[in-house]
Structure formats: C-alpha cells, structure tokens
Design a protein around this ligand. Structure first.
Ligand SMILES: Cc1ncc(COP(=O)(O)O)c(C=O)c1O
Length: 388
C-alpha cells in the first residue's frame, strides 16, 4: 500500500512544504521550522522539570539553531566547530554543554577559554585533560546502558563506562580539582523500549547513593536523547514516554529530583524535514527476475547514511503513476556498491515509476544534511530550504 503522507504531516504543513519543494531541482531537503518549534514546545511541556540541550549534530542549520536559541534552548555540542557555530549566534557559554567524551586536550582548552564549564566524560585520560585544561569545570560521567537491541541507532558501546569505573572516575575527578556534578547516559537513538530509561536511571541512583557514602554528593542527571519519532515502525507517543520516564525518575529520586538535562536531537527535528529525490534510472538484473532497481539522485553518502544496515526505515512517497508494488530495491547515485538504501526492506512505490519522477523521503530532518559527504564522487552536499 502507498504511504499516506497525511499520516505524517497535517494538510497545512504539507502544502506549505510541497509549494517549496515544487520550486527546486532535486536533490534537496525542505525543513518546516514550525514543526521544530512545536516539537520543542511539546517537549518543554512534557518535561517541565528538565533543561533542554539540543544536540546540534542532528541538524546544525543556522535557521534551526537560531529558532531554538530564541525559544530558550541550551545546546549540546560535539566539537569545537559546533561550539563556534553556537557562540557565533550570540548564545552565552553557560547554555552550552560539551557532550562528546572523545576530545583533544587543545579542544578542551579552547572550549574552556570560550567559557564552557560543563563537560561529559567517560575515561581517565579525558578527565586528566579536563583537570588540566578546564580546571574546576562541572563534569558528568557517562555510563554504559542497556537497550542496544531496541534502539534503531545504538550509541552505548563506543561511549560510556561501567558504573564501577564511573564511580572511580568521579572520585578521581574530585581529587583532581574538577567539580563532578553527576551522571550522564544515552539509551540509544530512536529507542523503542521505554524500559531502557528505567534501568539507566536505577544505575544512576546506585552511583549517587554509593558516592554519598564516600562524602560526594551529585546533583545532575543528563539523560541524553533517544526519544523516538514516527518512521515506518510504530513507537509509543511522546506523552507515554514522558509519563513513564517521569515515573522512573520520581520512584528513584523520591527525595527530590536532581537537575535533569535532556539532549534531544532526532525528536526535535526529524519530522520537520522531507528529502526530495529524483529517479535517475530503473533497471533489472536479469531477464526473468521480478526485482527492479531504482537509482535515485541521493543515497547513503548524500544524506541517507542512517539507512546503513537498513537501520532507520524512512517512509517514502512518490506521486508517480501506477498501483504500488514492493519489487523495488532503492540505491543511490554513486559508484560505490555500499550505496544501497533498502534491499531487504521494501518500501512500496508506484509500479510505473520512471526516470525523472520524484521520491519524497518523509521525516528526514535529522541526521541527513549534517551527514552528507562533501564531494564524494563529485556530488555536492545536500541543499536545505526552510519554510515557516
Ligand atoms: C551525546 C549525545 N547527546 C544527544 C544525542 C541526540 O540523540 P537523539 O538524536 O537520539 O535525540 C546524541 C546523538 O548522537 C549524542 O551523541
């Protein structure tokens, strides 16, 4: 069955975006800033007790950052480049957290010199650098979490450490003159199991309790991102997530909530974007085979990298002619055989689809434009147009 665009967009949002889409040559991304605004406001009201630090990496377009700045958001940066972007918009450094646990000593020194005083860490080497180049700063230690199997884009393996090590690192950071303020975690992006937050929060509580017995009081929980959006697979509604996560927090911190930070990326911007592509070629690989290959003018290296391993399954739509069929394998335009978006997973497309027809990738406002290669095979990075 064909994707119903209106399962994903209201008529008003879609007609505003479609008018913009009709004006440009593919490929490009259209971002509807009204949707970003609404998502930010909804998150604020679902988690009134939390500070929101937008994860800049999800969509670092100036238009998105300026909007969120004006709405009062804080920002989670992954590098000095993102830091400069945010500072250039006049955001004061006390609204910025340096959330990447992998950073050079000179980048720590740069961030400190620019006024950043909140960092995330998960290793002794990084803590020693922080103590030397960002003395006295607030530091949250990131722990490993469960939930890798239920996140469509897992993040907890490369980042975080076991709670036992976190305890030692927090104590070390105190000895070295830092201000160990709390614990951070990320349950994995597009996390479909709300229970992942439950087990992470109980680990945090254990660390808080243990360190209290050592005379060290923590007062911050950074819960990262992970809040899912509606792609092809269904997830619970944001209010269900908020209700459950708030309950876990209140159960584990019945004596009063510490400072809570959220670092949403995907959930603020994904739904705001539609990536518009054009069919370059339709072909088959044998005379008798039923499968047909549709090559688009955008692929893994031009914005659709999260389809790698068929991880994120975006809904797609085309206004080409014919009854929808699922015989299509979708691939990108480069001379790289990894540049295949979906081979096992079949997104239905109109049977008579042909070169020149457009294919619209819905809910692609996060981790698309920011992931584009700069000139792989000569293809330029994706352009973004904004509507509001
Ligand atoms: C440290 C950190 N915080 C927040 C995020 C945003 O996560 P999400 O897009 O799932 O909301 C990420 C994603 O990579 C991250 O690495």
């Amino acid at each position: 069955m064909a994707t119903d665009v209106f399962e994903y967009y209201s008529h008003d949002d879609w007609s505003l975006m479609k008018a913009e889409m009709d004006r440009h040559e593919t490929p490009f991304l259209v971002v509807n800033l009204n949707i970003v605004r609404r998502n930010y406001e909804a998150l604020r009201s679902l988690y009134p007790f939390a500070h929101i630090y937008y994860a800049v990496k999800a969509n670092p377009a100036t238009e998105v950052l300026t909007l969120l700045r004006d709405l009062g958001s804080c920002f989670d940066v992954a590098s000095v480049y993102e830091l400069d972007m945010i500072l250039s918009l006049g955001v004061s450094p006390d609204r910025i957290s340096y959330g990447n646990t992998i950073k050079k000593a000179r980048d720590i020194a740069y961030a400190y010199q620019k006024g950043v005083r909140l960092f995330t860490t998960d290793s002794e080497g990084d803590i020693r650098n922080l103590a030397q180049y960002a003395p006295g700063s607030r530091v949250a230690c990131r722990i490993l979490t469960e939930g890798g199997d239920t996140a469509e884009w897992p993040l907890s393996r490369k980042f975080g450490c076991h709670p036992d090590l976190a305890i030692s690192l927090i104590m070390l950071s105190k000895e070295l003159g830092l201000n160990p303020c709390g614990v951070s975690f990320h349950v994995g992006s597009q996390q479909r199991d709300i229970g992942a937050w439950d087990s992470a929060i109980s680990k945090v509580r254990y660390i808080f309790d243990y360190l209290k017995t050592q005379g060290l009081e923590l007062n911050l929980v950074n819960m990262g991102g992970g809040f899912p959006v509606k792609y092809i697979s269904k997830t619970s509604r944001p209010d269900v997530y908020a209700e459950e996560i708030t309950r876990y927090l209140k159960e584990d911190f019945e004596d009063g909530l510490p400072e809570i930070i959220l670092e949403p990326g995907r959930s603020l911007v994904a739904e705001s974007g539609v990536l518009v592509t054009e069919v370059v070629l339709v072909s088959k690989k044998s005379n008798v085979g039923v499968d047909r290959w549709v090559y688009l003018d955008t692929g893994l290296f031009n914005g659709l990298v999260e389809t790698i391993g068929e991880s994120i399954k975006y809904p797609i739509w085309s206004d080409a002619q014919g009854k929808c069929s699922d015989v299509f394998i979708l691939a990108g335009p480069t001379c790289d055989s990894q540049d295949i978006m979906y081979e096992k997973f079949r997104n239905p497309l109109p049977a008579e689809i042909k070169p020149g027809d457009r294919v619209y990738w819905l809910t692609t406002g996060a981790y698309t434009a920011s992931y584009c290669s700069v000139c792989f095979n000569g293809f330029p990075p994706l352009k973004t147009y904004f509507v509001k």
